[in-house]
Design a protein around this ligand. Structure first.
Ligand SMILES: Cc1cc2nc3c(=O)[nH]c(=O)nc-3n(C[C@H](O)[C@H](O)[C@H](O)COP(=O)(O)O)c2cc1C
Length: 370
């Protein structure tokens, strides 16, 4: 089934957030009432739910956009509370990744990614936003007040952003686009460190290798990874989360076979595959921060998502390779090798040109509300 292209214009965005009456929706036509369809086809674009009897209320619609954000292992470790003129984002610690993320650093980064999508969608829907970061308690609060709608290319890009894990085509990024990436708005204490020279990328590869060699020899890491892998469509649709193998360009296989393959994978094979992917990319960017606490992690997540939306709007692809930050000893050395000074590396992303991959799934809004 074909679905409308994900290119919401101003009217559509206003309608999406319930600012245009239902009569106008019907008159304008062309928008199906919201019906939860995780996939129209494997590669289907996401279609924003629209207002209507079966549609979402404006704040629920913001949650829908927030849920399309990146999250570690696609755990979607968030719960949203809808209040009068405010949305809260809470961590869902039942989705904590004990092996790969024992301190919940990446969990809070994931919440920052969701926050950024929520802010972009709220501004597009005609809200001004005010964020309270998790300093005193473990919650992100977003206060919403009516304002002029600001519909940016980032808003449309929420629907198509993805972590594209394929081998890229090796082309470099034009300098005007690189300049846009370098000047993406930052958050206090967060910095971006780009590398595109071959020698610098080889340095990055050295640390990704080290991370891979450690992780793929670690039974706890592998067990957790297998738990979150979805080896076929039935598994993926049953949970609407996790890492569907097709979204990573891997074959659909029975669980017993997939698990055996992952557990038995030689660490060097994984390291070589990631090195090839890095060499096929136009460059890498490390997101670093001066502090290592929940509020900083949230801000790191916001900057990642903002950068990812900017890249998506420029028709670039990107993918994480966070192994160097996930192994504590490697993380320290990696920061030193990159001359980050006092800043700590938080995320590593490669970027370049590639075709889109099948999308990862999300749970429906009802399942992520408190
Ligand atoms: C904090 C964080 C760490 C991640 N680390 C990795 C990683 O090391 N390797 C990887 O392939 N994907 C990584 N991801 C990407 C997630 O697996 C991805 O966002 C999730 O599967 C949803 O897919 P999507 O981003 O394509 O929507 C990470 C995402 C986040 C937010």
């Amino acid at each position: 089934m074909n679905r409308p292209a994900p290119n919401p214009n101003r009217r559509q965005a206003l309608k999406i957030l319930g600012l245009v009456g239902a009569g106008v929706v019907v008159a304008s036509g062309g928008y199906a009432l919201y019906e939860y369809q995780p996939w129209a086809s494997d590669a289907a674009d996401r279609t924003p739910p629209s207002q209507g009897a079966a549609g979402l209320t404006p704040l629920r619609e913001l949650v829908w956009y927030a849920s399309l954000a990146a999250s570690g292992h696609n755990t979607q470790p968030w719960k949203f509370a809808l209040l009068q003129n405010a949305v809260e984002i809470h961590p869902d610690l039942t989705r904590h990744l004990a092996a790969v993320d024992p301190d919940d650093r990446e969990l809070w980064i994931s919440l920052g990614c969701a926050l950024e999508n929520l802010l972009v969608a709220a501004r597009a829907g005609g809200y001004a936003v005010e964020v309270t970061y998790p300093v005193i308690d473990d919650v992100i609060r977003v206060r919403l007040t009516r304002d002029t709608a600001q519909i940016t290319p980032h808003f449309a890009a929420i629907l198509t952003r993805q972590n594209t894990r394929s081998v890229y085509d090796g082309r470099s990024v034009q300098s005007a686009h690189l300049e846009k990436l370098r000047t993406v708005a930052l958050e206090p204490g967060v910095s971006l460190h780009f590398s595109s020279k071959r020698a610098d990328v080889e340095t990055v590869i050295e640390y990704v290798n080290q991370g891979n060699l450690k992780q793929y020899a670690d039974q706890a890491y592998l067990k957790e990874l297998v738990y979150w892998l979805r080896f076929d469509k039935r598994e993926a649709l049953a949970t609407l989360d996790g890492l569907y193998t097709r979204s990573s360009g891997n074959p659909v296989v029975p669980r017993w076979l997939g698990a055996r393959f992952v557990i038995g994978l030689k660490p060097q094979v994984q390291a070589d595959a990631d090195a090839a992917k890095l060499r096929s990319s136009a460059g890498t960017v490390v997101i670093a921060s001066t502090s290592d606490d929940k509020a900083s992690w949230v801000r790191v997540g916001q900057v990642y998502e903002r950068l990812a939306l900017e890249m998506t709007a420029l028709n670039l692809k990107l993918a994480f390779l966070n192994q160097p930050m996930e192994v504590p000893g490697v993380r320290r050395q990696f920061g030193g090798a990159l001359n980050l000074g006092q800043a700590l590396p938080q995320l590593l992303v490669r970027y370049g040109h590639a075709d889109p991959m099948p999308r990862s799934l999300r749970r429906p809004v009802e399942q992520v509300l408190l």
